[in-house]
Design a protein around this ligand. Structure first.
Ligand SMILES: Cc1cc2nc3c(=O)[nH]c(=O)nc-3n(C[C@H](O)[C@H](O)[C@H](O)COP(=O)(O)OP(=O)(O)OC[C@H]3O[C@@H](n4cnc5c(N)ncnc54)[C@H](O)[C@@H]3O)c2cc1C
Length: 402
C-alpha cells in the first residue's frame, strides 16, 4: 500500500460532465488537479443525452466551442428545433415551432470529449480504478487496492451513487431519508432506425400520463431513437417498466425491436439535501442531487455546479476566503431559487393538471400559456437588444469570473 500526500491541490472524483468541467477549470487556473474515475474511458452512461440551449451556452462559455463545432466534430449526434409535449400520445399539449434548437449527444462520446479537454489542459487522470473510501477530514481517497492519495480539496463529482455523499450520510452530515425522499428512477431503451417501418420520429417527444410525477420521452438520434421513462420512486412503486411499455405501444413500435431496458437512479428534487460540502470537500452535480426537479435535466447543472465549485476553490486559494459560503451563495442565488419555483410547477402539473389533462380546456390552457411565453420572449428579446445589455452566460457578476 502506498500513500501520496498533498501532491495535488485538488482531487476530483468522477469524470462525468461535472467532474471533467471542474477539473478543466481548476487546471486552467494553474492548480495541480487529479481526476479519478472507476471506469476506463470512453465509457457508457445511461442518459437521454439531451443538451438544452443553456447547456450549449455554458459549454461555449467554458470551452469556447459552439454547437456548430460540436456538430462538425461529431460530438453532437442530432439536433432538432421541434418538440412536442402530449398527454398519453393522444393529445398534443404544447408544440414548439422551431424557436430554438435542441441537441442530442451520445454520453460515451460527449463525456470522453470533456475528459480529453481536461487532459489536454494538464489534468492528471487515473481511470479504471474505483475509490473505496474517503476521509473527509484529511481530503484523502483510498483506492480498491489500498493505495491512498491526499490533497488540499476534494470535489465529489461521482454521480447519483456517490461514495463521497455516502460518507456524508455515514457521518450524519446528510440524512439518508432526506436523500431517499426525492429520489427518482430513469429507464431507457432504444430502437434502431433501420428497424422502424417508416422514416418517422424526427421530433423530440415528451409524454405525460403513463407515470405519476414524471414523464416518458422519445429522443431522436441519427441512427436510433431513445425511449425512456423517468419519475419519482415514491409515487410509482413497480410502475416504471409498465409505463415504458405503454408508451412504446402508444407509438406503435414493435416491442420485439427494442433493445434491453436499462435503469439508473435520478435525483428528482434532491437538491434540498444539505449541506453539500464539509470541511474542504464539496459535492457537485448528481452527487449533490442538483438536477432539475421537473424535467430531470442534469448535464447543465453538473457543469454549472462544477463552475461554481471551481470558482469557490479558486477564491479560497486567492484570498483565503471561507470555503463554501460562496458555493452555497451561488447555488442559492442561481439554482435553488429556480428549482424552488420549478417544484411548485411540478406540484401543479402532476397534482392538479394531470388529473384533468384528459379534457380539452387544459389544452386551451397550454395554448394560452404558449402565447404568453412567446409574447414575453419576444419583448424581452427586444428589450435586451435595445438596452444592449450583455447576457451573462454563466450568471455571475463579472468580477466573479475567472
Ligand atoms: C435514464 C436517464 C436519462 C437522462 N437523460 C438526461 C438528458 O437527456 N439530459 C440531461 O441533461 N440529463 C439527463 N439525465 C441526468 C444526467 O445523466 C446526470 O444528471 C448527469 O450525468 C450528471 O453528471 P455528473 O457529472 O454529476 O455525474 P455522472 O455523469 O454520473 O458521472 C459520475 C462519474 O463518477 C464515476 N464514479 C462513480 N463512483 C465512483 C467511485 N467510487 N470511484 C471513482 N469514480 C466513480 C462514474 O464512473 C462516472 O463516470 C438522465 C439520467 C438518467 C438516469
Amino acid at each position: 500500500m502506498s500513500t501520496q500526500s498533498q501532491i495535488y491541490d485538488i482531487i476530483v472524483i468522477g469524470a462525468g460532465p461535472g467532474g471533467s468541467t471542474a477539473a478543466y477549470l481548476l487546471a486552467k487556473n494553474n492548480f495541480k488537479v487529479l481526476l479519478v474515475d472507476k471506469e476506463l474511458f470512453p465509457r457508457y452512461k445511461l442518459c437521454g443525452g439531451l443538451l438544452s440551449m443553456k447547456t450549449m451556452q455554458l459549454t461555449k462559455e467554458i470551452y469556447n466551442v459552439s454547437s456548430e463545432d460540436l456538430i462538425k466534430n461529431k460530438i453532437i449526434d442530432y439536433s432538432t428545433p421541434f418538440y412536442e409535449i402530449s398527454y398519453r400520445n393522444k393529445r398534443t399539449l404544447l408544440r414548439n415551432e422551431g424557436e430554438f434548437d435542441l441537441y442530442l449527444v451520445d454520453r460515451t462520446i460527449y463525456d470522453n470529449y470533456l475528459l480529453i479537454k481536461a487532459k489536454t489542459i494538464g489534468v492528471e487522470v487515473i481511470e479504471g480504478i474505483k475509490i473505496d473510501k474517503i476521509d473527509i477530514n484529511h481530503c484523502k481517497i483510498e483506492f480498491q487496492n489500498g493505495d491512498t492519495i491526499q490533497s488540499k480539496f476534494l470535489v465529489g463529482a461521482d454521480g447519483v451513487n456517490s461514495i463521497v455523499r455516502r460518507e456524508f450520510i455515514r457521518k450524519k452530515i446528510i440524512k439518508s431519508k432526506d436523500w431517499q425522499f426525492n429520489l427518482g428512477t430513469g429507464l431507457e431503451c432504444f430502437v434502431n432506425r433501420k428497424d422502424l417501418e417508416t422514416d418517422q420520429f424526427k421530433t423530440l417527444l415528451l409524454t405525460l400520463g403513463f407515470v405519476n410525477y414524471g414523464y416518458n420521452w422519445l429522443f431522436p438520434n441519427k441512427e436510433k431513437i431513445i425511449l425512456g421513462v423517468g419519475a419519482l420512486n415514491r409515487k410509482n412503486k413497480g410502475n416504471f417498466l409498465r409505463a415504458l411499455k405503454k408508451f412504446i405501444s402508444s407509438l406503435n413500435i414493435n416491442p420485439e425491436k427494442i433493445s434491453q431496458v436499462m435503469g439508473h437512479p435520478v435525483p428528482y428534487g434532491n437538491f434540498s439535501i444539505k449541506p453539500v460540502y464539509k470541511n474542504k470537500v464539496i459535492l457537485i452535480g448528481d452527487a449533490a442531487g442538483i438536477v432539475d426537479p421537473l424535467w430531470g435535466e442534469g448535464i447543465y447543472y453538473a457543469q454549472k455546479t462544477a463552475e461554481f465549485a471551481a470558482l469557490t476553490i479558486f477564491k479560497h486559494f486567492k484570498d483565503n476566503s471561507v470555503p463554501f459560503t460562496q458555493y452555497e451563495d451561488l447555488l442559492r442565488k442561481h439554482i435553488y431559487s429556480e428549482f424552488k419555483s420549478t417544484l411548485k410547477k411540478r406540484w401543479l402539473l402532476y397534482n392538479r393538471l394531470n388529473v384533468s389533462l384528459k379534457y380539452y380546456p387544459v389544452q386551451a390552457f397550454f395554448l394560452i400559456y404558449r402565447k404568453i411565453v412567446k409574447f414575453l420572449r419576444h419583448y424581452s428579446r427586444r428589450f435586451r437588444e435595445l438596452s444592449k445589455k450583455q447576457h451573462l452566460l454563466i450568471g455571475l457578476n463579472s468580477t466573479d469570473t475567472f
